[in-house]
Design a protein around this ligand. Structure first.
Ligand code: SR1
Ligand code: MG
Length: 405
């Protein structure tokens, strides 16, 4: 039996032994323990271990090769980074991230709270389920963890220690390539462009030099502006949800960067969900998704504004007019990243089921064009998107423009 003192990629039976060894406080009923690998992400292996007494735990392990492509190998230290940041986020936003029981830098694995009473939000939204508390809960999470890790609030030396501790260069490179480069030039031939939209993508994304200039500015900004300790991949596949609760997980792409990166990811992925609902004629769901787009922007900004007033420590950041300038820049970043995420998930290497599961060719072609049209507006006109309604109107204008073609 393995004693887990040398790294290897676990199978289901190993994960049972691992859970026994690492989470003994569960007092497992060993005879009835069972395990299933349930990971459906692009990178890691996720095991659910349970017994007949009702105990359960999630074991997450970083593989050396990525699930999405065996050719891509990234640092397995990402599992430590993910575990430690969840512990930190848990202090800033209690109840809004999973509890970590144990993490281990040999097996590059962690054991965390099983959230089986929740669903992964993307899947739940593809079934057009509605979650009335989501906007309030995700905005609380973002206001606390994002504003709470800035230089506005934190001791500057402590912040720099976090900056050093929470970064995985391999993962930064993935984002720099997949979000900020390849969707605009397919330089590594990895884009997945839906054939009926090939000409549209060429004209709107590959050939638009004005767009390339804006994305270049945003790319350098992402790589150099250490504003806040961001999750770095806050799409709806990184959120567990039920009627009462929202839990953010999977922050292995975390790093110090512009906080609009996280907020924009949430908004873009709500737009994908809206598109899916729109094709299915799920009117009530779409109405709810529209309210979420508006409310997440407005509530996050309101809560950040309040957090700023209550927690600001830097004396220069108390200067008259600074907060307003700072908040305006967050909104513009949010708009830009909404656009970047919409584009990269539509034409890039890593796509979203909300769109790829649309079976009807005409409907999918239209949905993708809506996303790309809105995205270009979100990027080029980012400083004009000053409130939740502006974000929603950008989507509605894109629908109108595409339907008029
Ligand atoms: C190669 S990894 C592809 C994507 O999956 C992750 O969830 C990130 O979004 C990354 O860009
Ligand atoms: Mg992930």
């Amino acid at each position: 039996m393995a004693n887990f003192d040398t790294y290897f990629l676990m199978k289901e039976n190993d994960a049972i032994e691992y859970a026994k060894a690492k989470v003994p406080q569960k007092n497992w009923d060993e005879a009835t323990m069972e395990c299933k690998e349930i990971g459906d992400g692009n990178l890691n292996y996720v095991f659910k271990v349970k017994d007949a007494k009702g105990n359960s735990v999630i074991v997450k392990q970083a593989g050396i090769e990525l699930r999405i492509s065996k050719d891509m190998k990234i640092d397995t230290d990402r599992n430590r980074v993910e575990s430690e940041i969840l512990l930190l986020y848990g202090k800033l936003a209690p109840g809004l991230v999973p509890e970590i029981y144990d993490y281990d830098t040999v097996m590059c694995a962690c054991c965390m709270e099983d959230l089986s009473d929740h669903e992964v939000m993307r899947g739940a939204m593809i079934e057009h389920n509605i979650f009335p508390k989501f906007a309030d809960q995700i905005s609380t999470y973002m206001a606390r963890v994002l504003m709470g890790t800035t230089d506005v609030v934190m001791d500057h030396q402590e912040k720099k220690k976090l900056q050093k501790k929470f970064i995985t260069p391999d993962l930064c490179d993935i984002t720099e390539q997949l979000v900020y480069t390849e969707p605009y030039n397919d330089e590594r031939g990895r884009n997945n462009v839906y054939a009926p939209n090939a000409e549209f993508v060429k004209e709107k994304l590959y050939d638009d030099e004005e767009l390339h200039l804006e994305v270049a500015k945003l790319k350098m900004d992402f790589m150099t502006r250490a504003q806040s300790l961001i999750h770095g991949d806050l799409h709806t596949g990184s959120i567990f949800i039920n009627e009462d609760s929202t839990i953010v997980f999977d922050p292995e792409f975390c790093m110090y960067g512009p906080m609009g990166y996280d907020i924009g990811n949430v908004i873009a992925n709500m737009i994908f969900a809206w598109c899916n609902g729109d094709v299915a004629g799920a009117d009530e769901f779409c109405k709810w998704a529209e309210s979420v787009i508006k409310d997440v922007v407005n509530m996050t900004m309101e809560k950040m504004d309040q957090y700023y007033d209550e927690h600001v420590t830097d004396t220069m950041c108390k200067s008259k007019g600074f907060k307003e300038w700072y908040m305006k820049s967050i909104l513009a970043d949010t708009s830009a990243v909404t656009g970047l995420e919409l584009i990269r998930r539509t034409v890039g290497m890593a796509n979203v089921k909300d769109i790829t599961s649309i079976a009807d060719e005409k409907a999918r072609t239209r949905a993708e064009r809506i996303c790309i049209t809105a995205a270009i507006d979100f990027i080029k006109n980012r400083s004009e998107k000053k409130c939740g309604n502006c974000f929603l109107n950008t989507l509605k204008d894109a629908v109108e423009a595409v339907d008029a073609q």
